[in-house]
Design a protein around this ligand. Structure first.
Ligand code: FES
Length: 143
């Protein structure tokens, strides 16, 4: 099996998991069914930042902290998110809704500062809009 197929499999597993991660038993099962070594499956699972081997929240917030965003006050966005969610980077909110992560460039430098929540991009962020964005995401996930 080619690596691209392994990545697709890992994406599928992670998407099916309520806690947005790759459980150990499923990585082992994938290694067996694909005949790829467990070490390689684990290596791929931990190499790409879109995968996690630890349980996470229902929604993953990735805040870009690369140069363009840094110069556009991304730090204020990060601080606002931490304040509202009461978590630091790498942590999940107590209600299990959000995990806050740092990201390298998201490819949205022209609308920096930027972040993504799951697959949805958000640019031209200002601290005053963060609460409303989170509210809409949370509300949308109840439907
Ligand atoms: S530097 Fe932040 S999106 Fe590119």
């Amino acid at each position: 099996m080619k690596q691209k197929s392994l990545i697709d499999d890992l994406h599928d597993i992670q998407e099916e998991e309520e806690k947005n991660y790759l459980p150990r038993n499923k990585m082992i099962k994938t290694a067996k069914t694909t005949r790829i070594s467990e070490a390689k499956v684990y290596g791929v699972s931990t190499f790409y930042t879109m995968f996690s081997v630890y349980p996470r929240g229902k929604h993953i917030i990735r805040v870009c902290r690369n140069l363009s965003c840094h110069l556009s006050d991304a730090e204020k966005i990060a601080e606002k998110l931490k304040e509202i969610l009461n978590v630091d980077f790498g942590e999940t909110t107590k209600d299990g809704e959000f995990t806050l992560e740092e990201s390298s460039c998201l490819g949205m430098c022209s609308v920096s500062p930027a972040m993504t929540i799951d697959d949805e991009p958000f640019g031209n962020l200002v601290p005053e809009n963060i609460s409303e964005i989170l509210r809409k995401i949370k509300e949308g996930s109840k439907k």
